[in-house]
Design a binder for this molecule. Sequence first.
Ligand SMILES: [Zn+2]
Ligand SMILES: [Zn+2]
Length: 83
Amino acid sequence: MQRICPVCNGIVALAVSCPDCGKYMEDLGHVSDYFGPYSPYEENFWPASNSQALRRVSGNCVHFLQCPQCQRCTSRWVSKIMA
Ligand SMILES: [Zn+2]
Ligand SMILES: [Zn+2]
């Protein structure tokens, strides 16, 4: 048994409506994919951690979402499930 993110594994899709225009927001993947090594924000978000450590400790997977219409970004914490 291990804990997996149901969104990363395609079991469920994140269906979040944009708070501004109501469109479904696109899942950009979890944070470590979105904020690559070039990102100036990464250290501010996750000091002294990498994605593997973060995911192991938290038991959650952080996904970034972006509205395709107005480009608004938000994030969602997805609870991992036992698989
Ligand atoms: Zn995930
Ligand atoms: Zn929008």
